[in-house]
Design a protein around this ligand. Structure first.
Ligand SMILES: [Zn+2]
Length: 314
């Protein structure tokens, strides 16, 4: 049972995919919803081949000169010229169950409640997509995050690059930790968020008109989510996130990418249209920190109803 949908913009590769869930947790920890359709959606950052038709209806986007050669030493992200983002694709329905919790609002996490919304600068909440579980709101803190790291401490060049990658990701974790508590753990099977250092599979598609394959050139990151039922009694509907970040981008780009992807993982399932926000939909040469608009948006998301974090009645 598998189904895919895509949502893309020109530079930042925005992709929503829905498919049946693959178990990542041991059966003893969670009972996955196997008989019902589960959604995995993912956001990706990528550079696309010029011939890749992203928005058939949009002005043809002129693609930037990218510095995307593998292991490029340059920390500068390419400047983009992006077309507007494609409209959100509706997600697959969460399986209907008479016992499914109805969407309700959770109390604001204290760390986020402290953020004083800056009304004068607004937010981009209108761009945030909801799922059939509602908004992707975390309810159990601190969030447990597992970060892939080198097994050995040797000083080989590849190991040092890996370590540099880890350092950049930890910096991004520290930044978000100011607003939603995060703790790094050693067990991926217990994590709410798993960050891996890996290449993202390219989403190769056959163009029915030309008979040619359309191949994205390089995808630098991707965040996906999936739902599961916790092993608590009664069970609680929860989600977990997986963030993949390429090993082949420079240190600053890794930090900017991790900041952006972790923003998705925090629940910002959408993009800003301003370059001054970390969740801007494209890559910029001078990546901004987490912005007040990012935080206004995040706080608003956590004031929305969700099915996540509520018990399933038996
Ligand atoms: Zn994104």
């Amino acid at each position: 049972m598998s189904m895919k949908r895509s949502l893309r913009d020109s530079l930042v590769f925005e992709c929503l995919s829905v498919r049946s869930v693959r178990s990542a947790l041991p059966a003893t920890r969670s009972r996955l919803i196997k008989l019902i359709v589960l959604a995995i959606a993912f956001f990706s950052l990528t550079f696309l081949l010029p011939q890749f038709p992203i928005f058939p209806n949009s002005p043809s986007p002129s693609l930037p000169v990218s510095q995307s050669s593998p292991a490029s030493p340059s920390p500068i992200l390419p400047v983009s010229q992006s077309s507007p983002e494609a409209p959100p694709t509706p997600s697959l329905p969460i399986p209907q169950s008479p016992n499914f919790p109805s969407p309700k609002i959770h109390p604001l996490p204290p760390s986020l409640a402290q953020w004083q919304t800056k009304d004068d600068i607004g937010d981009y909440f209108a761009q945030i997509q909801t799922t059939d579980a509602g908004y992707l709101v975390w309810t159990k803190f601190p969030l447990k995050i597992y970060l892939e790291h080198p097994d050995s401490l040797n000083n080989s060049a590849s190991n040092l690059r890996f370590q540099q990658w880890v350092t950049a990701i930890r910096e991004a974790i520290d930044e978000w930790n100011n607003y939603l508590p995060l703790v790094e753990i050693d067990s991926p099977e217990l994590a709410d968020i798993i960050v891996t250092r890996s290449q993202v599979d390219r989403d190769i598609q056959l163009d029915p008109e030309t008979g040619l394959y359309k191949i994205p050139r390089a995808i630098t990151a991707q965040t996906t989510y999936e739902f599961y039922l916790s092993s608590d009694t009664p069970a609680v509907l929860r989600h977990r996130m997986k963030v993949q970040i390429s090993p082949d981008i420079g240190k600053n780009a890794t930090l900017a990418t991790a900041r952006h992807e972790l923003g998705h993982a925090m629940g910002i399932w959408g993009h800003s249209d301003r370059k001054t926000d970390a969740l801007y939909f494209s890559q910029v040469s001078d990546p901004p920190p987490i912005s007040p608009r990012d935080l206004n948006t995040l706080k608003k998301i956590y004031q929305q109803p969700t099915r996540l974090g509520w018990e399933i009645s038996s």
